[in-house]
Write a protein that binds this ligand. Structure first.
Ligand code: FMN
Length: 196
């Protein structure tokens, strides 16, 4: 693999979302490790409520999203804490995909007045169910305490964002390369064999 593609999913519908601001910073940090990054703001995406009975084949917006998801080797999922859960828009995004997440690595960020641990656990569970891999930690962001005018004002958060950027690039590369290698081999006893 020459370049690692990271897709950031911004799961807040709020125009002034702190999560989206942090995601842009995280993607920027990841690009310093030579990853190619792109951003999907669910707020700006015309994504219907997932309905298994409806096809998205003729939906141009959804085809663009699917192309982005297919191209990605790794993801950063960012959700606000809504009642201890991920946002409906994030869950709706996840509902659309399954095999597309297999063999890819995910990092998590939650904007919360608490720690957002249950939110990140839920995203991690959904990803695991789709055979995606997860970084073992997540990052929680507390809006006004951590961000001012689009800048991170909490040094510890800054450090953790740099750590996430480094780790996501490093571990995603290893996992993705192994997955692609196993996918193209004829070995049967591998995790990737079922995706041939
Ligand atoms: C419907 C709703 C439910 C919320 N539930 C919680 C909650 O359970 N715990 C919490 O800490 N914050 C909760 N919040 C606050 C948001 O998580 C918080 O404002 C977050 O920083 C927003 O992220 P954003 O700036 O990216 O939109 C809730 C907000 C809304 C609108």
């Amino acid at each position: 693999m020459n370049t690692l593609n990271i897709l950031g999913i911004a799961g807040s519908m709020r125009k002034d979302s702190n999560g989206t601001k942090i995601l842009k910073i995280a993607l920027d940090l990841a690009s310093k490790y030579k990853a190619q990054t792109s951003l999907l703001e669910l707020r700006k995406t015309n994504m219907p409520l997932y309905n298994p009975d409806l096809s998205i084949q003729s939906d141009i917006d959804m085809q663009k999203v699917t192309d982005q998801v297919n191209r990605a080797d790794a993801f950063i999922l960012v959700s606000p804490d809504y009642h201890g859960s991920m946002s409906g828009s994030m869950k709706n995004f996840l509902d659309y995909y399954w095999e597309e997440f297999a063999g890819k690595t995910f990092g998590y960020i939650c904007t919360s007045h608490e720690k957002g641990l249950t939110v990140m656990d839920q995203m991690r569970t959904a990803v695991r169910q789709c055979y995606g891999w997860s970084l073992p930690y997540g990052i929680s962001v507390n809006g006004s305490e951590d961000i001012n005018e689009g800048q991170v004002i909490n040094n510890l958060l800054n450090k953790r964002l740099k750590m996430l950027a480094h780790d996501l690039v490093a571990y995603s590369k290893l996992i993705r390369e192994q997955f692609l290698q196993d996918l193209s081999s004829d070995l049967e006893d591998t995790f990737a064999a079922r995706y041939r």
